[in-house]
Design a protein around this ligand. Structure first.
Ligand code: NAD
Length: 519
């Protein structure tokens, strides 16, 4: 069932009209500094989520290609680890500039393959580029510690690279998440193999071109594609010492288990259910704007989307106004200048979100705003669109509360006090992000100290930390204990060594051996 012309497996793209099934475009592999076409017979189609037209095909990288990729990354590590930190810094400085110049090009690829609006896609690139900019400070970031323990003895630490590292990425931030991974890893002297999501590989391919142009040597950055087979290889291959994963719970737990049982370091950022607490003393206008943007922006496909609102006391009277604001958002293809909300990544994702909305209604929630089957311009009729949807009277036993929806759906709960809101959030298994909207400093401080969530916003709806800090997800939102980027990121990609040196100036002719533990 393979197309002779492009060797594409027809069975993978059969539910579309024949004119849309095959594309001459195939996404390449980036191995040992070369962009090469895979020899696979197994190609995964990538569709534009706004139209469901074919954009490209992604290869399931063959076992031999994966082996070549890992071996070239291992070979490149031998010389890369010996480069001076200043050399690596210069390359990163050039890379950040090239990314800055090509922001629109990368963003265009993101909108085409992932669906988010062009303005939002530029934010995806910016938030990733900030990690590169931070990694340019590697000369300071990698400094160790030193203590003159005595006049003749020093103890100092060094941080050394691990070897080949791997990064496995989700679809929702095709630029930012790979940029959480490879710039810091290679700045620290490692080599890295990135596997972008098979649903939107384009941004990473542009980043690989820019890395090559910036002078990243052959084999230091590698890009392979595919799904389960490629991931299993990365979890098992002997050259790979550490794996960074961002994605869904099920896959993250699997990779954590498989990778760690093979003796690798694994950091895995998983799913989320982020609650926003709305206090009646908050600035109403600001809060409703923030809530609307954070719940529905990027069609709710952000791991830090504020998908659950907890109204405290009289704040629940603001719900009708929230609905009015959400209704004003424009649902259309991401390249349209007035677009607020683009499509969901796939037809399956759309069906899943619709199912969870339906389950909410069936289980007793009130559908204040129904975004299913939204009106979109004709050219987007086949796209995977859902408009802003608001469910109120939601309770903790409903599926729409328990599951991560990952769509433009805000579920709303009501409580009487801040303490009840805190209890409710702490009972939820996830601990990625949360926010409180209030004008009371003492409420905000009380919340920040009593909430068991990794990232807390105070009048900030999506508190993704800047890269001088780390992304500190908590509880079921993370597997492993070393966070992404910032100081933790470097800790993850390096091994500490502690050297204790004795340079005795006197007494060197002493003949009796010391047998006790030195003090
Ligand atoms: P996903 O888990 O489906 O895919 C992530 C990666 O895993 C992809 O590269 C994919 O090819 C691979 N993969 C998928 N199925 C696999 C399998 N059965 N075996 C091995 N590998 C497999 O995630 P997604 O849908 O691309 O991303 C959305 C999820 O990512 C959401 O749950 C979101 O919350 C989460 N996310 C979390 C963070 C965070 O920092 N906590 C950030 C972004 C996204």
């Amino acid at each position: 069932n393979i197309c002779n012309k492009c060797r594409i497996n027809r069975s993978l793209s059969t539910n579309l009209p024949s004119s849309r099934r095959y594309s001459p475009d195939r996404t390449r592999l980036f191995i040992n500094g070369e962009f090469v076409e895979s020899k696979t017979d197994n190609w995964i189609p990538v569709y534009n989520p706004a139209t469901n037209e074919l954009v490209t095909h992604v290869p399931e990288t063959t076992p031999q290609e994966l082996k070549d990729a890992a071996e070239s990354a291992a070979e490149a590590f031998k010389s890369w680890r010996k480069t001076s930190i200043l050399t690596r810094q210069q390359i990163l400085l050039d890379l950040q500039l090239l990314i800055r110049k090509d922001t629109d090009k990368i963003a265009k690829s993101i909108t085409e393959e992932q669906g988010k609006t062009f303005a939002d896609a530029k934010g995806d690139v910016l938030r990733g580029r900030q990690v590169v900019e931070n990694a340019c400070g590697i000369t300071n970031l990698l400094m160790g510690e030193k203590l003159a323990v005595a006049t003749d003895m020093d103890t100092y630490t060094m941080r050394e690279p691990l070897g080949v590292t791997a990064g496995i990425c989700p679809f929702n931030f095709p630029a930012m998440i790979p940029l959480w991974m490879f710039p810091l890893s290679i700045a620290a002297g490692n080599t890295m193999i990135i596997k972008p999501s098979e649903r939107d590989p384009g941004a990473m391919m542009i980043l690989a071109k820019l890395a090559k142009k910036a002078g990243v040597p052959n084999g230091v950055l590698t890009v392979v594609h595919g799904s389960v087979g490629t991931v299993n290889f990365l979890c098992d291959n002997e050259h790979i010492k550490a794996i960074s994963f961002v994605g869904s719970d099920k896959v993250g737990k699997y990779i954590y288990q498989r990778g760690t049982s093979n003796g690798k370091r694994v950091q895995a950022n998983l799913g989320a259910k982020n609650h926003g607490v709305i206090m009646p003393d908050a600035n109403k206008n600001l809060t409703l704007n923030q809530l609307t943007g954070a719940a529905f922006g990027a069609a709710g496909q952000r791991c830090m989307a504020l998908s659950t609102a907890v109204f405290v006391g009289e704040a629940q009277e603001w719900l009708p106004e929230l609905v009015e604001r959400a209704k004003k958002l424009k649902i259309t293809g991401g390249f349209e200048p007035d677009a607020d909300i683009g499509p969901l990544i796939s037809r399956d994702a759309k069906a899943r979100v619709e199912r969870l909305v339906r389950s909410g209604v069936d289980q007793g929630a009130k559908l204040l705003l129904d975004g299913r089957n939204p009106r979109v311009p004709d050219k987007y009729k086949s796209g995977n669109f859902i408009g802003p949807t608001i469910l109120s009277n939601v309770t903790m036993d409903m599926n729409c509360y328990k599951e991560e929806i990952f769509g433009p759906v805000l579920v709303c709960l009501s409580v009487d006090t801040l303490n009840e809101a805190i209890d409710l959030i702490n009972k939820n298994p996830y601990g990625n992000g949360t926010a409180i909207f209030t004008n009371s400093g003492s409420n905000a401080r009380y919340f920040a100290h009593n909430i068991e969530v990794g990232q807390i916003g105070i009048n900030v709806p999506i508190p993704v930390p800047l890269p001088m800090f780390s992304f500190t997800g908590n509880r079921a939102s993370i597997q492993g204990d070393i966070n992404f980027y910032g100081k933790s990121g470097l800790q993850f990609y390096t091994q500490s060594k502690t050297v204790t040196a004795l340079w005795r100036h006197e007494d060197v002719n002493h003949t009796k051996s010391a047998v006790n533990m030195p003090t």
